[in-house]
Design a protein around this ligand. Structure first.
Ligand code: SF4
Length: 180
């Protein structure tokens, strides 16, 4: 099946591809992540995905548009519940792009992380798939998360320390400061 795979970063892509087999499916990675801040972090994650894609010869489509302003406008009214909007924006964009480019289905590497809201992402993607008129290809690669991260580290890929947005960066390092 020809699948457009929304990719949030290199390490999560490594783990997801252990479940979404490239010997069975024709996978194209799709970078669209206006939720990653600040700019140097965004660049590091994007460069890491490019490095991975080149090393495994995987086609990629990149929306290289640092989206801090767009993202902040999108979540400003309800910052503590921002993740729903963040998932929805990225999944909508992926579904629309997949449909526009004639893919048979879409999926997302967000499904690999035990730190993300897996069931919420799945239900949202199913709803959006129906709305846009393109199948969502569901997989549960969570059992491969650690293995994927270890392999990404061995490959020298950039390993992020927080989810992506400036708010998650604060959450991450406040906890770290308290713990130390
Ligand atoms: S914490 Fe992660 S999923 Fe939630 S809004 Fe920030 S980047 Fe998006």
């Amino acid at each position: 099946m020809k699948i457009l795979l929304h990719t949030c970063c290199g390490p999560c892509t490594v783990g997801t591809l252990k479940e979404l087999d490239r010997n069975v499916h024709e996978i194209t990675a799709y970078w669209y992540n206006p939720n990653i801040h600040p700019y140097l972090e965004y660049s590091s994650r994007l460069d890491s995905l490019k490095k991975l894609a080149e090393s495994i010869n995987m086609p990629t489509i990149i929306e290289d548009d640092y989206g801090l302003k767009k993202f902040v406008k999108m979540v400003a009214e309800d910052i503590s519940n921002r993740c729903g909007k963040c998932y929805e924006d990225r999944i909508y964009q992926t579904a629309r792009k997949a449909k526009e480019l004639g893919f048979e289905a879409f999926s997302t590497t967000l499904l690999v992380s035990p730190y993300q809201q897996h069931n919420r992402i799945k239900q949202m993607a199913e709803r959006i798939a129906e709305e846009i008129g393109i199948p969502f290809y569901y997989v549960d690669p969570r059992p491969h998360f650690r293995e994927g991260n270890n392999e990404a580290r061995e490959k020298g890929l950039y390993m992020q320390k927080y989810c992506g947005c400036v708010f998650s960066e604060e959450d991450r390092y406040r906890k770290y400061r308290k713990a130390s």
